[in-house]
Write a protein that binds this ligand. Structure first.
Ligand code: ZN
Length: 223
């Protein structure tokens, strides 16, 4: 019970202290990019509160983001056009997906119980582990991708070159089937998963990418 109380106390607190902070919607560019990773999610209903204050003491460590219902609170300013920020946004969207799937009350109960049983915030809490695993298993290496596909368009001097590479991958690269890391080629991946011909159309690269992320995440859970 303390867990769920903690969740709702945090939620109330976070809402009140951040009431004057800038709230923004996910931009159409970002939404188009994220559609590959979160098909069917109504991204236009998501609100992002920038430069938010978050109750870090509840989680025993500095946290960068927190999600309640459809609202993502982040301590950063840039999350749609900066690589680390974008990765954080993807992490928080996994929580929105979890909340949409289980309902907010069940999510709050589970999250609260996991906080208690892990003695505070931990990336090992199953709900957190799922979000971290999703991000970690996106088969994309910005350095590899820039050198291989964008050498003449993007300079490493550009402070946001990693985001530019990621954006290029999600906007075009995935549809073209471009190799996205040293060891990931979507075409050979599809060849390898030929035993699921009904679930993945031979040229549906975005679906195959999602399959790869989920499959790799599930494998990690089993370890
Ligand atoms: Zn999280």
């Amino acid at each position: 019970m303390a867990g769920i109380l903690g969740f709702y106390t945090s939620k109330g607190l976070v809402k009140i202290v951040n009431i004057r902070k800038v709230a923004r919607k996910i931009s159409p560019d970002t939404a188009a990019r994220l559609k590959v990773l979160f098909p069917g999610m109504p991204l236009d209903s998501v609100t992002i509160i920038y430069n938010a204050w978050l109750p870090a003491h509840i989680f025993n460590k500095a946290i960068e983001g927190m999600t309640f219902h459809n609202t993502i609170y982040v301590t950063r300013y840039h999350i749609q056009h900066n690589y680390a920020g974008f990765i954080l946004l993807i992490h928080e969207l996994v929580h929105i997906k979890q909340i949409r799937e289980s309902g907010e009350i069940a999510f709050a109960c589970n999250y609260g119980m996991q906080l208690l049983s892990y003695g505070g915030y931990s990336s090992k809490m199953p709900l957190e582990n799922e979000a971290y695993a999703f991000v970690a298993h996106i088969p994309f290496d910005p350095l590899y991708y820039r050198i291989r596909h964008l050498q003449h368009q993007v300079s490493s001097a550009d402070p946001d070159w990693e985001m530019t590479a990621m954006a290029h991958f999600l906007d075009q690269g995935i549809y073209l089937g471009l190799q996205s890391s040293n060891d990931f080629n979507i075409k050979s991946y599809i060849d390898k998963i030929r035993d699921f011909p009904d679930t993945i159309h031979p040229v549906d690269y975005p679906a195959a990418l999602l399959h790869c992320i989920k499959h790799a995440s599930n494998e990690r859970k089993k370890d």
